[in-house]
Write a protein that binds this ligand. Structure first.
Ligand SMILES: Cc1cc2nc3c(=O)[nH]c(=O)nc-3n(C[C@H](O)[C@H](O)[C@H](O)COP(=O)(O)O)c2cc1C
Length: 208
């Protein structure tokens, strides 16, 4: 294996902003995505994730859309389904337990869902830019839960159908900082010395 290449579908995953607003997911496809999330590891196998499934035009979708931040209001509603990830917090007596591990676990389940979507030839774009409290209230979510993020899933649409601003986002160069700024040894900030030359830190949006 070429040392600079990571495995699929991580290699070719990216977050498109132009979805086909006529495409629909089948219930079977939605179920497979949820099943991928379900098989994520979690601390103590507590599985603190829940998902509100909001196909375009559904009641849950109608709750979400007015709460989207401006930058997301154009592209998110076009996706076939939005999954809203929700963390369920355990309690220690009356105190809610620390958020760190449960939120980590929900993020990991959502990564599974996102990668499963890509492996199925779908595209997924996670987003956090919406009024979380407004959506939680609109959906009547119970105490002890918090919405974490949205995952918009669908297939790519025609860039000519969307505002230029959204179409342009799909042509941006994707960037990452070098691994030497991410992986340290025992001295914080000092690159782990085993690092080898790795892949480029920029990539075009869609990779084959
Ligand atoms: C928790 C989370 C929140 C995000 N929020 C937004 C958002 O509100 N709007 C948006 O367009 N993209 C959002 N993104 C997508 C990121 O901007 C995107 O993943 C990042 O730029 C890297 O691009 P790539 O996914 O194509 O590699 C979010 C991603 C995550 C994981």
């Amino acid at each position: 294996m070429n040392p600079v290449e990571i495995a699929e579908p991580m290699h070719s995953r990216w977050s498109p902003s132009v979805f086909d607003d006529r495409h629909e997911l089948t219930d079977e496809e939605v179920t497979r995505l949820l099943e991928a999330a379900q098989w994520a590891p979690s601390s103590g196998n507590r599985q603190p994730w829940r998902y509100v499934v909001a196909p375009r035009g559904s009641a849950a979708h109608r709750v979400l859309v007015p709460h989207l931040r401006r930058g997301n209001a154009g592209w998110v509603p076009r996706a076939s389904v939005v999954f809203l990830s929700v963390v369920v917090l355990g309690t220690d007596g009356d105190e809610l337990k620390d958020l760190v591990i449960p939120v980590h676990d929900v993020g990991q389940a959502s990564a599974h869902l996102t990668l499963q979507a890509h492996a199925m030839g779908l595209r997924a774009h996670q987003f956090g830019g919406f009024d979380h409290d407004g959506v939680a209230a609109g959906l009547g979510l119970p105490d002890g839960t918090r919405i974490v993020a949205g995952i918009a899933v669908g297939v790519r649409g025609n860039p000519d159908d969307v505002p230029e601003r959204d179409a342009e986002r799909d042509h941006r160069v994707r960037e990452r900082r070098p691994l030497a700024e991410t992986a340290y040894d025992d001295q914080w900030g000092r690159p782990w010395p085993g690092l080898r030359p790795s892949g480029p830190t920029t990539a075009p949006a869609e990779r084959a």
